[in-house]
Design a protein around this ligand. Structure first.
Ligand code: OSB
Ligand code: MG
Length: 369
């Protein structure tokens, strides 16, 4: 049995190549919390996907730091045991904070796998050595700006386009992109911006052959999604609403979702993400891997997950260059619209020390010895 010696928290400021606007707000940079678990000279790494403010979910970076330092780390790692399954079980007695929990569990999992010499992809049950990639397109200034941005992604080789939508920026945008690229797999993401009364607005996009509409209604409204699914032809896909195996099971049983976006941060880590994948595979529900504008650290682990057999749709697993001029790891580069699944032990990538130092705005060390 190996022990954890110390934990380092690193906060880094990562400017985005262009502002990313969604129905809940605009991001110009990412305020990223990295968790490093050090055990016997081996560092395990994870990225917390919480945003700077509670726009996508209730979590935010200051809150994640606080719950990790004041609650999760002291309660879960007091005996310094390096075991991701133990950590997973012990964190159950704390409510909420899935993104903070996911970061701690994943850093422990990464260190544990590195010591065993096994890749995360292999450990989770990957069946592919590369994954099809899509790209998420924020709400731009104009239709011309949208078409220009989408053209750059099509030229780069992306295999699926996702348009962020909200009331007032939906059917026109979808029509313009569909007319320019009649055969491109296309989908939309509303991030909860519509209401139960908006089914006609959402049905107006049915003629454009969308793969799915992601999270049109508020996250707690499973019945609303089930009612909507009966009124529109486009498949409904849930993101924010799915926080566990149990919510996935309920949403599927209620007819609230026919596709699921799996984001490990949103569901509390890769172990829960894998369990949701397994349930969906059994139920015949296709899944795809979502994203939260991850640096190479979070991206590497997401690509490992996306290599599982049930991930039959391209994910928001874009190249590093989609968001960052300089990534914190070796950049992930698209090859024929795909990214290669890392094969080295654990998540398979490391932060580049000089870049980590350059981007760091705050760090802390918790010595458990
Ligand atoms: O809803 O999928 C979402 C980014 C931040 C928060 C929520 C979402 C997104 C994205 C971008 O759509 C996904 C990505 O490219 O990483
Ligand atoms: Mg989404």
């Amino acid at each position: 049995m190996t022990s954890i010696d110390l934990i380092r928290l690193h906060r880094i400021d990562m400017p985005l190549v262009r502002p990313f606007r969604t129905s809940f707000g605009t991001q110009e940079a990412r305020d990223v919390l990295l968790v490093e678990v050090v055990s016997e000279g081996v560092s395990g790494w994870a990225e917390c996907v919480a945003m700077e403010w509670p726009g996508y979910s209730h979590e935010y970076v200051d809150g994640a730091v606080d719950v990790l330092v004041e609650h999760l780390i002291p309660a879960v790692l007091s005996d310094r045991l390096l075991n991701p399954h133990e950590v997973h079980g012990r964190m159950r007695r704390f409510q909420g904070h899935p993104m903070a929990k996911a970061a701690l569990e994943t850093a422990v999992l990464d260190a544990w796998l590195r010591q065993r010499g096994q890749s995360l992809a292999d450990y989770l049950g990957a069946v592919r050595d590369e994954v099809d990639c899509g790209v998420s397109v924020g709400i731009p200034r104009s239709l011309d700006a949208l078409l220009e941005e989408v053209a750059s992604y099509v030229d780069a080789g992306y295999r699926r386009i996702k348009l962020k939508i909200e009331p007032g920026w939906d059917v026109e945008a979808v029509r313009a992109v569909r007319e320019a690229w009649p055969a491109m797999p296309l989908q939309t993401d509303a991030n909860q911006a519509y209401t139960r009364d908006d089914s006609d607005m959402l049905a107006a996009m049915d003629p454009y052959g969308l793969l799915l509409v992601e999270q049109p209604l508020p996250e707690d409204d499973l019945r609303g999604h089930a009612l909507l699914a009966e009124r529109i032809a486009t498949p409904v896909c849930l993101d924010e609403s799915i926080i566990s195996v149990a919510t996935a099971d309920s949403a599927i049983a209620f007819g609230a979702t026919s596709v699921i976006n799996i984001k490990p941060g949103r569901v509390g880590g890769y172990l829960e993400a894998k369990a949701i994948h397994d349930l969906c595979l059994e139920r015949g529900i296709p899944v795809w891997c979502g994203g939260m504008l991850e640096t190479g650290i979070g991206r590497a682990a997401n690509i490992a997950l996306a290599a599982l057999p049930g991930f039959t749709l391209p994910g928001d697993t874009s190249a590093s260059s989609r968001y960052f001029a300089t990534d914190i790891t070796e950049p992930f580069v698209l090859e024929d619209g795909r990214l290669r699944v890392p094969t080295a032990p654990g998540i398979g990538v490391d932060p580049i020390p000089a870049l980590l130092a350059e981007f760091t705005t705050w760090s802390a060390e918790i010595d458990l010895r």
